[in-house]
Write a protein that binds this ligand. Structure first.
Ligand SMILES: Nc1ncnc2c1ncn2[C@@H]1O[C@H](COP(=O)(O)OP(=O)(O)OP(=O)(O)O)[C@@H](O)[C@H]1O
Length: 263
C-alpha cells in the first residue's frame, strides 16, 4: 500500500451525499443514499446493472436531478445547475473511450479544450505533462482517436480529466469496455495517479476485483438503495453481513478466487 493510502481519509470530506434521491418521473432510481468521500480516498460503488450506480455519479456531475436529499462538494451544497468552475474541480471518465472522444479532434485539441474553457494558462507544459502522466508521451499528441487503441483512448480520456487538476474524479466503469490485459494496465495507471496526486475518486463498477483493487471502501447497491458499506479488506476477507453481497461475490468470477476456502 502506498503512503497516500495511509494518509488518505484525513481532513474534511471532499464530497458528502446526504440521503440522495434521484427520480426519473415516477421511477426512483436512487433512494436515500448517504456517503462521504475524504481527501485522497477512492470510494467504490458496486451492484448489479440498474442498481443506480451511474445515476449517483451523474447526479453529482449535474447530469441527473437531485430530487431529494443533498450533495455537498467542498462544503457547498450543489443546486440544480453547476457553475463552470465546478467542472474544473470535478471531472468524469466514462466507460466508452470510443464515444467519449470527439472523432475529428486530435489528442492535442481534446486536451486543449478544457484548458480553454477554464482559461488555464501554461497549456503547452500541461499537455506534455498530462500525456507523460498517462504513459502516452508526445508522439501521440497529433493523432486522432481512430489512430489509437481502446486502451490508448482511455488514457487520453484520463489525461483530459486530469489536465484541470481536479480534486474529485468520477469514474464510471472506466475499464469494462477494454480487453482483460488492457484493463489491468488502466487500473494500474489509475492506481499510480492516485499515488502521485491527493486525488479523491468515486469508482463505479460491477466488478468486485476492480473495486477492491482501487478503493478503500465500497458501497454495495441494489435497486437504488445502499445494501451495506464495507472496506475492501472486509470484502476480501469475506466479512460481509448481507446475503446480497455474498451473491455478488459468488457471481464475480475474478473475485471468487480470493474468497477464503471454508474449513
Ligand atoms: N435518464 C433516465 N430516465 C429514466 N430512467 C433512467 C435514466 N437514467 C437511468 N435510468 C434508470 O435508472 C436505473 C438506474 O440506472 P443506472 O444507470 O444508474 O444503473 P447502474 O447501476 O449504473 O447500471 P449499469 O451498470 O447497467 O450502468 C435503471 O433502471 C435505469 O433504467
Amino acid at each position: 500500500m502506498s503512503d497516500l493510502h495511509g494518509k488518505s481519509g484525513t481532513g474534511a470530506p471532499v464530497l458528502i451525499a446526504d440521503a440522495l434521491g434521484v427520480d426519473f418521473g415516477p421511477f426512483r432510481a436512487v433512494d436515500g443514499v448517504s456517503f462521504e468521500v475524504r481527501p485522497g480516498e477512492s470510494l467504490g460503488l458496486v451492484g448489479e446493472s440498474g442498481s443506480g450506480k451511474s445515476t449517483i455519479l451523474r447526479a453529482i456531475a449535474g447530469l441527473a436531478p437531485i430530487s431529494s436529499g443533498a450533495v455537498r462538494f467542498e462544503g457547498k451544497p450543489l443546486g440544480k445547475r453547476r457553475e463552470k468552475a465546478f467542472y474544473r474541480h470535478v471531472q468524469m471518465v466514462f466507460q466508452d473511450p470510443y464515444g467519449s472522444l470527439h472523432p475529428r479532434q486530435t489528442v492535442d485539441q481534446i486536451l486543449s479544450e478544457p484548458l480553454a474553457i477554464h482559461r488555464i494558462a501554461d497549456g503547452e507544459r500541461r499537455i506534455r505533462q498530462a500525456l507523460d502522466e498517462v504513459g502516452l508521451g508526445s508522439g501521440f499528441r497529433f493523432r486522432y482517436p481512430h489512430q489509437l487503441s481502446g486502451g490508448q483512448r482511455q488514457r487520453v480520456a484520463i489525461a483530459r480529466a486530469l489536465i484541470t487538476e481536479p480534486e474529485l474524479l468520477l469514474l464510471d466503469e472506466p475499464t469494462s469496455a477494454l480487453d482483460a490485459s488492457v484493463q489491468a494496465e488502466i487500473l494500474n495507471l489509475l492506481e499510480e495517479i492516485r499515488q502521485h496526486r491527493r486525488l479523491s475518486s468515486i469508482l463505479v463498477s460491477h466488478d468486485l476485483a476492480v473495486i477492491t483493487h482501487l478503493c478503500e471502501r465500497l458501497i454495495v447497491m441494489q435497486s437504488g438503495r445502499e445494501v451495506e458499506t464495507l472496506t475492501s479488506r472486509q470484502l476480501v476477507a469475506g466479512e460481509v453481513t448481507k446475503p446480497y453481497t455474498r451473491e455478488l461475490m459468488a457471481a464475480s468470477e475474478g473475485f471468487r478466487r480470493k474468497e477464503p476456502v471454508p474449513a
